[in-house]
Design a binder for this molecule. Sequence first.
Ligand SMILES: Cc1cc2nc3c(=O)[nH]c(=O)nc-3n(C[C@H](O)[C@H](O)[C@H](O)COP(=O)(O)OP(=O)(O)OC[C@H]3O[C@@H](n4cnc5c(N)ncnc54)[C@H](O)[C@@H]3O)c2cc1C
Ligand code: FES
Length: 270
Amino acid sequence: MPFVKQFDAEIIENRPVTESWRELVLSWDGLAETPAPGQFLTLRVSPYSDPLLRRPFAFSGFVGRAAGEAPRASVIYQIRGGATRLLSELAPGARLDAIGPLGRGFPQPGAEETPILAGGGIGLGPLLFLASALAEIGEAPLLVLGLRSLSLLPRIELPEGAVLCTDDGSSGFRGTPVDWISRERPESRPSGGGAAVRIYGCGPAPMLAALSGLAGDRGWAASLSAEQWMACGVGACMGCALPRSGGGFLRACADGPVFDAGEIDWKACL
Ligand SMILES: Cc1cc2nc3c(=O)[nH]c(=O)nc-3n(C[C@H](O)[C@H](O)[C@H](O)COP(=O)(O)OP(=O)(O)OC[C@H]3O[C@@H](n4cnc5c(N)ncnc54)[C@H](O)[C@@H]3O)c2cc1C
Ligand code: FES
């Protein structure tokens, strides 16, 4: 069992950003580690036995301990079932039992790699954190966000130059982020290496499979964050197993959730 850091977090904010999405801001007094983009925490949303299991959420931002202030971390979540419904009803001041940061986050881009961040729906959260971390080291990452419709656009500031794709064409590019990237970035990695794209992806399984296929065709690197159902969240139960390319399984919680595209058989996840 890996080292686990449990902490008592206070809800600072829990605001609606769409009809069914919320932005949760947490703070704590203890010594929880600094999260990296792509890592996640698990929350126990109720002191009672239902829901029993902790729920995993990716960090969408983190502000470290400033002079005299406690650290703050944010999460953007979608109300899907019982636990997220309960979470959405908690007011500032309520406290949550949290464990994190957990898992393997996104790697930095190589010296000659241009980062393109492709997010589908609620997959936006960890990419916002990544975009701000990359901006801090002088990168100007391009975020391409896919939504079903403009009405689902969250009231959240997106990085400058972000591209919006909608399935129904109600705003921005009509199509998916994969369609947009395929059309706008036709270049392949030059034979013998050199400048290329690194895709960072987070979103539904079909989008990850398509990003993996596109990166493979173009010879690009791709780091994809898998959203897998989890039980323990810390590597002990194999409840989050993903099919490994070439056979066997990898655990989304402990070996990921971010994987190099080639590590996972994404088509088998569909
Ligand atoms: C590493 C990781 C990071 C995540 N980050 C976020 C995030 O930033 N924001 C966010 O909104 N959600 C995120 N999720 C998903 C989130 O954990 C689930 O939405 C949540 O656990 C649902 O709990 P519930 O009780 O509300 O819904 P449930 O009643 O448990 O489920 C409701 C519906 O959602 C489906 N579902 C539940 N969990 C998942 C899952 N992991 N993947 C796909 N479908 C699922 C169920 O099959 C069911 O149809 C993440 C999951 C993982 C594994
Ligand atoms: S959820 Fe238990 S091993 Fe990943």
